[in-house]
Design a protein around this ligand. Structure first.
Ligand code: AHR
Length: 833
């Protein structure tokens, strides 16, 4: 064991006592397991709380994210190391690194050989390494050596270190005695920490500004306001893919949502893994107990099927009922295992009051599993119908993959999408679509990582799985269908797949390891990387030479899908486990498919979050690995209004930005005029920074009534209704009236109101059309004088206005009025020139 410069952090104080006059005493501690790491300063005659430095990022929300017994050491180069216990049942502890106490590198969770790692303590060595000691429940004391960069942790060994090593310093803060670590730091260091907290406080103050409270806001005008917009002749090239969509199977967006299948649990594969109370018969009903078999499955990936007895009507409740429309045709199909006898089934759609809405016979004759189909024509409609499968004098048969689709799907595709929802999405003219998530891409634990190859090929062979959002994925809407939809609506496909790590909020696996769970083991990474390469081959390859491309061609698309982008990772912890795997994946893709543009991730939040900072540090160190990185932030309307310069200072020589998930939110948790205007203001600045921001997508896109996992969402829907929100119209107007050239403008308005008003002028170089977007988020009318631009009197204009809390808006369109441009209070408007 190496000699230690400080056996206890108190020694650090002594070592630095020479400059005692100039140093400041700080105490680093955690007030409670939920509160994270705090810093207090010694001021005058006592300790004073300064603020929270970081928090635990380990494991699930709710049960985990706790910090016990933090221990901090200072390296001889002045940098800091933190270790803490995450719980009393996992074979790991948390480890983090900081240069300045304020920004902590995303935590690593090195796995030890013992079943738990309690009360870790850390000491810095002269040679720059660190010694970490911890205890186990049975009283063992263990020693681990950590490298200076705090990324390598040697295998733990038995240690006989004295118990005094666990004696921590104490301080009384706000009347409570706390245990922690005492340090002396320079006044400059302390002042940097305090400045950081002051900035955070000021940021929180600005971010709390709400349009809803304008009447009480003394800074807001009471009388109409005037401003001058000056248009220059300077242009720059911006992305022509700025507005796209984020599709995640969240809130029943796929099964029961966009995917037009009307039968729920069509394959009898629901299980308690999806939801505790679910099983193979969920959504099915019968007068007798439904018998489920697995002996002779239709496909090994689809092992469960139902056994139907004579006189045994089987009912399916659909997704909160089946919405049947009078006069419409529905394609019914099912697989039957009947041992060669002829069978007849009556297939019916039955209304809530028992009325038969549609009925047809299905005759079957095969022996082994065979698919049979019939068409049902609805004589009457009902929003809450059920499907009945009535055996007519049949023997005991197996049935599986029972399916009912409206014939009118989007673009009449088989296995297609719900027409009204898909058309609403298509009307946005999104330039790209990201899929299949979100958190669903990287999954709840290693076994739930989304494998694209489980979602292609014949429906019965696709591999269903549980959904991280607490329900089931049939994978009927799989990679083929996603790519087909992209092609149908003219959007570039942007598949996002896991970076070899599951969601950082995952629950513990069988070994008690939660969060990223250590990532896919290194010896399995080559196979995982191959799977990602196969996806590109499947999308773009030649069916004559590629087995993957042949699967695509067999599904009906011999021509390549012309995939250009791939996303790797979704708002992960940018820890060592992530970085190692991400780098391997990117290198392999770059080598085999240099033309594919890789999109990385910089974690779940904007600056100054740890993942964002480390993610961008990593990106800047490896600029050639990726084309762009995915940023996420769900924020208040005040934050968006006061950070409109967010991208102004981004380094243009570095990879580009994909703002892949964002939305403005208020306590109402629904898009309204206030959130829509905040997003519109922000997007005008994104357009201005369209040379560094390549793509953006509002998130989440879809939420089904009664099944929300998340709010706000862009489009709400039920089985019979589609309700786009004000957020939708902002996205649609920015997308439809987008351009690939940004024309410089300047807006002259009182400085205190600047964050509430915006103008952006873009040009589409292919058509020559110019589009002027104007936002007035003030509570009063705005009169705009425009210099340097002639707005012809017949220019088309589209937009909306309302009260901040309005969740419904009326889109007004017409031609521009003559004279000065006037925007009513709380308004967004586009003028097509
Ligand atoms: O958009 C909803 C969720 O928000 C996404 O799944 C995840 O990436 C983010 O945390």
């Amino acid at each position: 064991m190496k000699s230690r410069t400080c056996l206890l952090s108190l020694f650090a104080m002594v070592a630095m006592a020479v400059c005692a006059q100039e140093t400041k005493r700080v105490f680093i501690y955690s007030p409670n397991e939920r509160a994270g790491l705090h810093i207090a300063q010694f001021a005058g005659d006592g300790w004073q709380e300064v603020g929270q430095l970081c928090s635990s990022d380990y494991g699930t929300w709710g049960a985990e994210k706790r910090m016990f017994h933090p221990s901090v050491a200072r390296a001889n180069d002045g940098t800091w190391r933190l270790v803490f216990q995450v719980n009393d049942r996992s074979p790991l502890f948390a480890a983090a690194y900081s240069r300045d106490l304020v920004t902590w590198r995303p935590q690593d969770y090195p796995v030890m050989t013992t079943p738990q790692c309690l009360k870790p303590v850390i000491f810095a060595n002269d040679d720059g390494t660190f010694d970490i000691y911890y205890q186990t429940k049975d009283g063992d004391r263990r020693w681990v050596s950590a490298s200076n960069d705090f990324r390598q942790f040697r295998k733990d060994e038995k240690s006989l270190i004295e118990m005094e090593a666990w004696t921590r310093d104490t301080a009384t803060i706000a009347g409570k005695l706390q245990e922690g670590c005492l340090f002396e730091i320079s006044p400059q260091e302390l002042s940097a920490v305090i400045t950081h907290f002051d900035r955070m406080k000021e940021d929180a103050r600005l971010s709390s500004e709400r349009m809803y409270e304008d009447a009480k806001n003394a800074l807001m005008p009471k009388q109409p306001v005037s401003a001058t917009l000056t248009v220059t002749d300077q242009e720059k090239t911006i992305s022509d893919k700025l507005i796209g969509i984020f599709f995640e199977d969240i809130s029943y967006a796929a099964d029961g949502g966009l995917y037009a299948e009307l039968v729920q649990n069509r394959d009898f594969e629901y299980s308690a893994e999806d939801r505790r109370e679910w099983n193979a018969t969920t959504a099915w009903h019968s007068a007798r107990q439904i018998e489920i078999a697995t002996e002779h499955p239709l496909s090994p990936n689809n092992p469960h099927y139902a056994l139907l007895w004579p006189q045994d009507t089987l009912w399916n409740e659909g997704w909160d009922g089946i919405a049947v429309e009078a006069g419409k045709k529905y394609d019914f199909s099912m697989y039957v295992l009947a041992g060669g006898q002829k069978q007849t089934f009556l297939i019916q759609l039955v209304g809530a009051d028992g009325t038969v809405l549609a009925s047809n016979k299905l005759k079957t004759a095969g022996s082994d599993w065979t698919q049979y189909a019939t068409v049902l024509t609805a004589k009457k409609g009902d929003a809450k119908a059920r499907l009945a499968i009535i055996p007519k004098g049949v023997a005991h048969v197996g049935i599986d993959m029972i399916s009912l689709f409206p014939q009118e799907t989007f673009m009449h595709r088989k296995n297609g999408l719900r027409k009204d929802l898909a058309e609403t999405i298509a009307a946005m003219k999104p330039k790209f679509m990201r899929f299949p998530g979100g958190c669903m891409s990287h999954g709840q634990g290693m076994d739930n990582i989304y494998h694209w190859n489980h979602t292609v090929g014949p429906l019965q062979d696709r591999k269903p799985d549980f959904n991280i959002w607490g329900y089931h994925q049939t994978r009927g809407l799989g990679f083929f269908e996603y790519f087909q939809f992209c092609e149908d609506i003219g959007a570039e496909p942007l598949p996002v797949l896991a970076a070899g790590v599951p969601c950082q909020n995952s629950a513990a696996n069988a070994d008690g390891i939660g969060g990223q769970q250590g990532g896919i083991p290194m010896d399995q990474m080559p196979a995982y990387i191959q799977e990602l390469l196969d996806m590109i081959d499947w999308a773009n390859g030649d069916p004559a030479t590629s087995k993957w491309a042949k699967i695509r061609a067999d599904a009906g698309h011999p021509a390549p899908f012309n995939l250009k982008y791939i996303g790797i990772g979704n708002e992960d912890i940018i820890g060592t486990v992530f970085e190692e795997r991400y780098e391997m994946i990117c290198k392999a893709i770059r080598q085999k498919y240099p033309e594919i543009k890789i999109c990385g991730t910089v974690g779940p939040f904007h600056t100054p979050s740890a993942d964002y900072i480390e993610g961008w540090d990593f990106t800047k160190k490896h600029p050639d690995l990726q084309y762009m990185v995915d940023e996420h932030y769900y924020e208040s309307t005040g934050w968006l209004m006061h950070h409109r310069d967010y991208y102004d200072s981004y380094d243009r020589s570095m990879p580009k930005v994909y703002l892949g998930e964002y939305a403005a939110s208020t306590p109402a948790k629904r898009p309204n005029v206030e959130t829509a205007l905040a997003e519109a203001l922000y997007l005008t600045d994104v357009e201005r920074n369209g040379d560094v921001v390549e793509m953006t997508s509002y998130a989440p896109m879809l939420a089904k009534d009664g099944h929300h996992n998340w709010d706000p969402d862009m489009i709400y829907f039920s089985n019979t209704e589609v309700r786009p929100t004000p957020a939708y119209d902002v996205q649609r107007l920015f997308s439809v009236y987008g351009g690939d050239r940004y024309v410089s403008t300047s807006l002259d308005i009182a400085p205190a109101l600047r964050h509430r008003v915006a103008a952006s002028l873009v040009r589409d170089s292919k058509t020559g059309r110019r589009y002027l977007k104007l936002v007035n988020a003030l509570p009063v009318e705005l009169t705009l004088t425009v210099n340097g631009l002639t707005i012809p009197a017949d220019s088309k204009t589209e937009g909306f206005s309302g009260q901040p809390e309005d969740q419904k808006i009326d889109i007004t369109s017409g031609v521009v009025e003559s004279g000065a441009l006037k925007l009513p209070p709380y308004a967004f408007r586009v003028i097509a020139l």
